[in-house]
Write a protein that binds this ligand. Structure first.
Ligand code: ATP
Length: 292
């Protein structure tokens, strides 16, 4: 990461233990502002825990974390941070319009015009009761309530799960535009890996509570190659992150940036989800990579 980049989050050796179980350990990372960051990892990898620590809803057991240069309180989110948790914090008895008015009273930075514009774009009825909306519509409302706060960092825990493909595309586009036009940082946890590659600038991959990958998408893609062929792999075993078969061929995801000139082997540039899946499938610490 370039030294000129503004950081939304800096964590050093951050760790969180619930009773005797470590949910997050040795987590050191820097999340840039003005970027869309994908947070991925298997179920129970520690994504929600990391978000809770950044949001100031959880206290670290060990290590340090700074959000916009300050330590989160451990009792509530800083004003610059909007967090949409998996259980979306909505009042089912309010209409959408009432929910926006309530948010306006609770948030000093609230932008009502912008929130109404986003609700109209999402085609959610302003007079609809939140409790009667579909799961996807509730997600859109929760997102608008977060964006309307005009946060410096927006964190979304699994926002795409209940959205149809069109709503997913629209949501991702909104997040990307927000990040580019208003310079906000977006941290997005998701299991929908295919869509992340087109929108995210940065990837953090957690495995068993540890950071396995942390880097810009451009650097991660440039630092890996997919090799297809048969016979003896033309790279050192330590460079192979994942190996599978497709028909007669071996398919290797390798950690290297230079070309591989080997008869019988073809190479191509991986997609972000090829890289993420390979690391998730091979979830051991030997392959851990933390890009600067
Ligand atoms: N309140 C809690 N009390 C005890 N253990 C917890 C608590 N919250 C999470 N854990 C444990 O911590 C680990 C990390 O959980 P976390 O919810 O952060 O993972 P996640 O990556 O968000 O998972 P998912 O993709 O399933 O949402 C898991 O082993 C989980 O069981």
């Amino acid at each position: 990461m370039g030294s000129e980049e503004v950081l939304a989050v800096r964590a050093h050796q951050l760790a969180k233990r619930y009773r005797r179980r470590w949910a997050l350990r040795g987590c050191s990372l820097s999340l840039p502002q003005n970027r869309v960051v994908a947070l991925v990892g298997h179920n129970g990898a520690g994504k929600s825990t990391l978000m809770g620590l950044i949001a100031g809803l959880l206290k670290p057991t060990e290590g340090e974390i700074e959000v916009f240069g300050r330590r989160p309180s451990g009792t509530g989110a800083p004003v610059e941070v909007a967090y949409v948790a998996q259980q979306k914090p909505l009042y089912p008895g309010l209409t959408v319009a009432e929910s926006l008015r309530f948010a306006a009273r609770m948030n000093t930075r609230w932008d009502q015009d912008y929130a109404e514009r986003l609700i109209r774009a999402a085609e959610v009825p302003l007079d609809g009761k939140v409790g009667k909306l579909s799961g996807g519509q509730r997600t859109r409302v929760a997102l608008v309530l977060a964006l309307g706060k005009r946060p410096g960092l927006l964190m979304l825990d699994e926002p795409l799960a209940e959205l149809d493909p069109l709503a997913r595309e629209a949501t991702m586009r909104t997040l990307q535009e927000e990040s580019r036009q208003h310079g906000i940082g977006v941290l997005l946890s998701s299991h929908v890996l295919e869509e992340l590659g087109t929108v995210c600038d940065h990837l953090v991959l957690l495995g068993n509570g540890r950071v396995r990958l942390d880097g810009s998408v451009a650097d991660l893609v440039a630092g890996h190659r997919v090799l297809r062929g048969d016979g003896q792999p033309p790279v050192a075993p330590g460079e192979i992150i994942d190996s599978s078969r497709s028909g007669h061929e071996q398919v290797l995801l390798t950690k290297r940036s230079g070309p591989v000139a080997a008869p019988g082997w073809r190479e191509h540039t991986p997609r972000l989800n090829d890289i993420a899946l390979a690391y998730m499938r091979n979830n051991d610490d030997d392959n851990a990579e933390v890009a600067a």
